[in-house]
Every structure is written in structure tokens, then in C-alpha cells.
Ligand binder design. Structure first.
Ligand SMILES: [Zn+2]
Length: 461
């Protein structure tokens, strides 16, 4: 039998509904699950052969859950943050689409590395061709929800502002999703699961949306869509369908408790009410929203009945930043200095995210019986002491560099600041080379497209 592990004398942020914090306490892990929580002496007595991890000066948090990301967008870092969405750069294809299969594995692993260094233990990854790098992602040890993006709109038409929906594209998308589910759903005793991912209201036909709902029920999986991500989307759906994006989804039977709607930046009061009535989960991607000059009406969505999770979306995978952005942004948006509290944003990024991803019985809280997905913060830092209110200290002032250990399913992915499942130096160096070569390739392919950035001559690693 695998050795039990007991983390002793730690501050334990349980993330339970009462938001209980245990001080100078212990957490025991047996195989993949949390087996005990309580006073250090009593827990050690129950697990006499355990490996003891000294938790003095440390705080243990439930692992962070990223409910919406595209890891390959790490290749666009430093560029696409600053040119709007849809991007004002006029290349006919995205840089990302030029990545080779091997480069995609490297960039996805880079994103996974950044994720786990920020305390993330689980992420919902959405992409075209996600199966190609799923083995590399699974090897990181992270808990994963994988989703193949499906759209039946002809992309050549979209660039011209024309919306042509094609059955062959729809069927190809469903076939890829079926293959993904067959290979990866419940892989490694459920550490990897799958979602369906119709891309967005303006790029999905009514036939596609209706089939997603049926297939999700058939496969027993959740599903996710971008919703109200841009004003261009809202205008396109109003023009094409005569209703707002939310009511287009409603009319085609997509709204439900298994739906994770990402963004929801421009939703109107009737849309908020409709989403709340349907019990839709919202991925609040606050950091990227702020970069886009936008904010989701989180308080209103939550009051209407929506469950709230958090996501990183594009270019950055830092969930510490995401939580802090979620707090800052909502206080600024409502001119409210009291809400949300740090405990609210932590809850969105832990138990809230678990609910959205259908994992509420599995992860999201440090409670006996939950899987041991957690991260450890070294609290002896100039920016964290005094630790009078550890959740507030970490949400307001914490950094990924404060995270010294990450565990998923009872397995250490990082310990003492060292990532155990990824060759960090190799991935960082290769990602630097790939990023430079990728953007040079794009510029060489489309020399006539204006590009306002002067790229450096080459990699710097
Ligand atoms: Zn997205």
C-alpha cells in the first residue's frame, strides 16, 4: 500500500461552506483522497506510518480550478492582449494555427506549467485538435477536462462577414468529440474527463446546438460555449437570429445546469434572468475581460441563480491573478468596496469551479472523502505577513512564487518549489524558440498585413 502522507502544524483553508480555517492543524492523505483533518497530534496518532510533511509557516488551500482556457494561446503572449477581440490584426489565419503537432505539445505543456505554479490543479482546456496534445497534458498530472471546439460556420465566410453553416463541418466536429470522449473520458480513474464545446452563438447553427444537448445527455458529460464575449458577437447574433445570444441558445435548448457559459460580458437583464432560471454556470474570466476593457455582471448573475467559476482564457494561466482580477474588477464595476470579499473569489475558483465542471463531489474543498487536490503557500513572505486573515492576504498580495507545492489525486506535482512532472527548463527554452519562430513564420507568410510590433531578432534563452 502506498505510504500515507500527513501535513502537520499548518493553516488549512478548507473551503467548506462555512469557510472554516483550521490553525496549527494536520491533513492526512491516504492514496488519492483526504483521509483526516484535525489537531496535529490526533491525526498523527491515527496514521503512525505516514510520511510527515512539516506545514509550519505554510497554508494549505484547495486546488484552484480553471473553468475556461486555451493553453496554446501562450504562443500569443505579449501580442494579442493589446489588440482587442476580435483582434484588430488582420492576418487571414491565427498564429496558433501554424503550430506543428510537436510545437502544440510544448506550448500546451508550458501553459500547464504556468497553471500549476499558480496553484491550479484542474483546468478545462478547449481547442481544435485537443486530442493531439492530450497525452502530453495528461502526463503533467493535472486534473483535466478536455473539450474539442465544434463549429459549423465556414471560416472563410466569417472573415468576409458571411455566415455559412455546413453539415460536413458539424459532423466532423461531432466525430472528433465522440473520439475524444471514447479515448479520454474517465481516463486514469476520472482524473481526465471530457466536455462538449460548441464554439460560440454566432459560429454554431441551431442544428448544432440542439445536437450538442442531446449528445451531452447521451455521453453523460457537461458542455461549454463562449457567450456574450464581444459586441461583434451580440450584433452578429441579433442580425442572424433576431434575438440576443442567450435567447438564441435558449430557443435551441442549450441552456441547462450542465452548461458552462464563458465570459457573459455584455448580457442584458433579461439574459441574466434567463441564465439564472436555467441554472447555467458562468466562467468569469476576469483577467482577460479586464484586458478587453470589459466586465461580466457577476453579482447580478449570481443573484439570478447562476453558479460562478473562474477561468484564465488566453495568454496567461496565472490563477492567482485571475482571482485578484475578479475581486478588483467587480468592486470597480459596481463601485462597491465591500463585495466581493477575498473568500468569495476563492470560492469561485475552487468549489464554484468544481460545481461547473461536474466535480463537486470530487474536488473543490479540503474535506474528508474529497480527492487530495491542493496547493501549499509559504506564508513567511514580506508581502503575506502578518497572516491575520490568510485568504485575504493571499488574494490581495499573493504571487505564484509563494506556491511551493501542488498535489493532485494525492500525487505531488510540485514540491519545495520544484515541478516534478515537467522538465521546466526544457519546456521554457523550447517555448521561447517556438514563439519567436511562429510569429516570424506568420509575418513571412503574410508580408502585406500591417503589423505594428517590431519583433526582437530572436530567442533570448
Ligand atoms: Zn475562450
Amino acid at each position: 500500500m502506498a505510504t500515507d502522507t500527513v501535513i502537520t502544524n499548518a493553516t488549512i483553508v478548507t473551503g467548506d461552506p462555512a469557510r472554516t480555517i483550521l490553525y496549527d492543524s494536520a491533513l492526512a492523505i491516504r492514496e488519492s483522497a483526504i483521509a483526516a483533518l484535525g489537531p496535529t497530534g490526533a491525526v498523527l496518532a491515527r496514521f503512525p506510518g505516514a510520511e510527515v510533511v512539516n506545514g509550519r509557516g505554510k497554508a494549505v488551500f484547495p486546488g484552484l480550478i480553471n473553468c475556461h482556457t486555451h493553453l496554446l494561446a501562450t504562443a500569443d503572449r505579449g501580442i494579442l492582449e493589446d489588440f482587442g477581440f476580435p483582434t484588430t490584426l488582420r492576418f487571414p489565419v491565427s498564429a496558433r494555427s501554424l503550430l506543428t503537432a510537436e510545437e502544440r505539445q510544448v506550448m500546451a505543456t508550458l501553459g500547464a506549467l504556468e497553471s500549476l505554479r499558480s496553484g491550479a490543479t484542474c483546468l478545462l482546456e478547449i481547442a481544435d485538435g485537443v486530442a493531439g496534445y492530450a497525452p502530453a497534458l495528461a502526463a503533467t498530472g493535472l486534473r483535466l477536462v478536455l473539450a474539442e471546439s465544434i463549429s459549423d460556420a465556414n471560416p472563410a465566410g466569417l472573415r468576409e462577414g458571411a455566415y455559412e453553416f455546413e453539415e460536413a463541418r458539424r459532423e466532423a466536429g461531432f466525430q472528433s468529440s465522440a473520439d475524444l470522449v471514447a479515448t479520454w473520458h474517465n481516463f486514469d480513474r476520472g482524473r481526465v474527463t471530457c466536455f462538449l464545446a460548441p464554439h460560440a452563438p454566432e459560429t454554431c447553427s441551431p442544428a448544432l446546438l440542439r445536437q450538442v444537448r442531446q449528445l451531452a445527455e447521451e455521453y453523460g458529460v457537461g458542455y461549454t460555449i463562449h457567450l456574450s464575449q464581444s459586441r461583434a458577437e451580440v450584433a452578429a447574433v441579433m442580425g442572424l437570429r433576431g434575438v440576443d445570444p442567450t435567447h438564441y441558445l435558449y430557443a435551441n435548448d442549450l441552456l441547462g445546469q450542465r452548461l458552462v457559459a464563458a465570459h457573459c460580458r455584455y448580457v442584458t437583464p433579461p439574459e441574466i434572468a434567463r441564465l439564472g432560471q436555467a441554472g447555467v454556470g458562468i466562467a468569469n474570466n476576469a483577467a482577460i475581460a479586464a484586458r478587453r476593457g470589459a466586465a461580466a455582471p457577476v453579482r447580478e448573475l449570481q443573484a439570478a441563480g447562476c453558479a460562478i467559476g473562474m477561468g484564465s482564457d488566453n495568454m496567461a494561466e496565472d490563477m492567482v491573478e485571475v482571482m485578484r482580477a475578479g475581486l478588483f474588477q467587480e468592486r470597480v464595476r459596481r463601485n462597491d468596496e465591500l463585495w466581493p470579499q477575498p473568500e468569495d473569489t476563492l470560492e469561485w475558483a475552487t468549489a464554484g469551479g468544481a460545481k461547473l465542471l461536474g466535480l463537486a463531489d470530487t474536488v473543490g474543498r479540503l474535506e474528508v472523502g474529497q480527492q487530495a487536490d491542493l496547493f501549499i503557500v509559504d506564508t513567511g513572505k514580506a508581502h503575506l505577513v502578518p497572516t491575520l486573515r490568510i485568504v485575504s492576504a493571499f488574494i490581495h498580495n499573493g504571487q505564484p512564487a509563494d506556491v511551493s507545492a501542488v498535489m493532485v489525486n494525492g500525487q505531488w506535482l510540485m514540491r519545495d518549489g520544484r515541478v516534478l512532472t515537467i522538465d521546466e527548463g526544457d519546456i521554457v527554452r523550447r517555448a521561447e524558440e517556438i514563439g519567436h519562430s511562429l510569429w516570424q513564420r506568420l509575418l513571412q507568410r503574410y508580408p502585406d498585413v500591417p503589423f505594428p510590433i517590431r519583433l526582437p531578432p530572436g530567442p533570448n534563452l
